[in-house]
Design a protein around this ligand. Structure first.
Ligand SMILES: *[C@@H]1O[C@H](CO)[C@@H](O)[C@H](O)[C@H]1NC(C)=O
Length: 223
């Protein structure tokens, strides 16, 4: 908080030096524009993986009674876009108390060329954490080990989370001298409450949870 405040003060007092507070301090962004294709990739990947789990099509995971369909949310996307443009592979502490966040980065070796982005790849990598996940409540330790963490997976599968908005930036990291593509997705209502399960086990049964069937098999919507 102190740093945000002092940065703000600095900007107010010395407008000409507000460059110091600019985004992507150690990088040059060459693409950060979300396309219609990105939006449909994000929504389709989330809902496809959610339906896969809800319908019990992945044999290692139990099915879900109460998994809601996700829709795109422009406000969440704005927050994610802003954060992706900081070019930092860490979480946004100011995203809002009831907003979840998944992040993903690809580092490219070799000389600079313009790298394309692929949201499906990011979301698939979060989904693939299922190999380390046995249905259980979410606990702090689930976020500790970068190679076996399951927190991205449980956010993707959080039954009550029904809105998602993402942003990305493709930039040349001037310090490390490499291209990087950083993805940020924000979720609401947030998932990953400690001590809670991501969803309730059972065949999809929207009515039992005060929900109705969405147009996607296995996924519910609010009435
Ligand atoms: C994006 O990533 C997905 C998942 O890895 C892959 O199936 C797809 O072919 C990729 N799309 C492009 C345009 O490379």
């Amino acid at each position: 908080m102190v740093s945000t405040y002092s940065c703000l003060l600095f900007a107010i007092l010395m407008v000409s030096m507000s460059m110091i507070c600019r985004a992507c301090e150690n990088g040059k962004i060459y693409d950060n524009t979300i396309t219609e294709k990105d939006i449909s990739d994000v929504i389709e990947a989330h809902n496809m993986y959610r339906a896969t789990i809800a319908l019990g099509k992945l044999k290692t995971q139990p099915p879900a009674e109460d998994m809601q369909k996700m829709s795109w949310d422009n406000e969440l996307s704005k927050t994610a876009h802003y954060w992706a443009n900081q070019c930092m592979f860490k979480h946004n502490g100011d995203r809002g108390r009831y907003v979840g966040e998944n992040i993903y980065i690809v580092w490219y070796g070799g000389p600079h060329t313009e790298r394309t982005h692929n949201f499906t790849e990011a979301i698939t990598s979060w989904y693939e954490e299922h190999v380390y996940y046995n249905y259980k409540t979410v606990e702090e330790e689930d976020f500790n080990d970068p190679t076996t963490q399951t927190g991205h997976y449980t956010q993707v599968m959080w039954a009550n989370t029904n809105r998602v908005g993402c942003g990305f930036s493709s930039y040349y990291q001037t310090e490390n001298q490499q291209d990087e593509v950083l993805y940020v997705c924000n979720y609401a209502p947030t998932g990953n409450y400690l001590g809670q399960y991501p969803y309730i086990i059972g065949k999809p049964d929207c009515k039992a949870h005060g929900l109705s069937n969405s147009d996607l098999d296995g996924l519910c919507k609010q009435e």
